[in-house]
Design a binder for this molecule. Structure first.
Ligand SMILES: [Fe+2]
Length: 303
């Protein structure tokens, strides 16, 4: 079983302003100087981007295109079985290439007429307020690097395959982008770090790792599952709980492993009714009240 997560390697600025990506122990590219130089270059390019400019063009190598081809082929059949209908609709509308890594800029030009969203290039981890603030402006921060070629079906970090195959197909469908925009609005509205964390956890358990019941079984709509060749085959065996804002907003998770607890909506409409409605209306006070209620409930039930 692959261990796959959404861990971002930290980046560090050198004296000349260029960035170094600090890959962690166990990263498949850690001992590959060519790969590390590549990651540093792409991070530096993204870091130099300024709003209003096109996302930097990446001169992807034959090796990187091959990784894209292998993962796209692997996920093609799995999406048919495990992806929810709304994702499949977005995928058909976007028509991603399967034999080459597409550029963020060309994707933005295709997605914008459909939903108004565009990509912004990210050097690495984008701070929460910045990431969600962009969603409120119909923009999505995305990394551009490709996972290490030695293990194409595994990545310890969200690479361009996650950002584009996982999120891009959803950015092409207005039913999804209404949710992204609502999450962005909520994150802009709340002021405390605790409330922002709550909003972010709800995002994690929905747009990253959400699942939904359909007539022929449990399907995934979260980008984290839909971009992972391993996790997509495992999610039905996890602990599946009903959609619940308080439970999602207070549930701890480990980013370095498959998600063991998932929250299932009864239908895609229910995600909008429950999660979209929460994001549209929440503020610091309402979230503090929800958290207090959760603590009271758990102390009552455990006593
Ligand atoms: Fe993601």
């Amino acid at each position: 079983m692959f261990e796959e997560g959404q861990y971002f390697a930290p980046v560090k600025a050198k004296d000349d302003g260029s960035l170094t990506v600090q890959l962690g122990e166990g990263h498949p590219g850690l001992h590959d100087p060519k790969y590390r130089a590549r990651r540093d270059l792409l991070a530096t390019q993204a870091d130099r981007w300024t709003p209003g400019q096109p996302a930097p063009l990446v001169d992807y190598t034959a090796e990187e295109h091959e990784v894209w081809r292998v993962v796209s082929a692997d996920l093609r059949d799995k999406h048919r079985v495990y992806a929810c209908q709304e994702f499949l609709d977005g995928k058909e509308a976007l028509g991603l290439p399967v034999d080459r890594v597409p550029q963020l800029e060309e994707l933005s030009d295709r997605i914008e007429p459909m939903t108004g969203f565009r990509y912004r290039p990210a050097a690495g981890l984008v701070p929460l307020r910045e990431f969600y603030g962009a969603l409120d402006e119909n923009a999505f921060w995305a990394t551009q690097y490709v996972r290490h070629h030695s293990v194409p079906l595994y990545t310890p970090e969200p690479d361009v395959l996650h950002e584009v195959v996982g999120h891009g197909n959803t950015l092409a469908d207005p039913r999804f982008t209404a949710l992204y925009a609502a999450a962005g609005g909520a994150a802009k509205r709340v002021e405390s770090a605790e409330a922002l964390e709550f909003v972010s956890k709800v995002f994690w358990f929905t747009l990253e790792f959400g699942v939904v019941h359909e007539a022929d079984g449990l399907k995934a709509y979260g980008a984290g599952i839909l971009s992972s060749p391993g996790e997509i085959e495992e999610f039905r065996g996890m602990t599946i709980r009903p959609l619940d804002i308080v439970a999602m907003g207070t549930q701890d998770y480990d980013i370095t492993h498959y998600q063991e607890v998932l929250f299932a909506a009864r239908s895609f409409d229910q995600i909008g009714d429950v999660v979209g409605e929460f994001w549209d209306s929440c503020d610091d006070d309402s979230i503090a009240a929800l958290k207090k209620g959760a603590v009271t409930l758990s102390s009552t039930s455990s006593s």
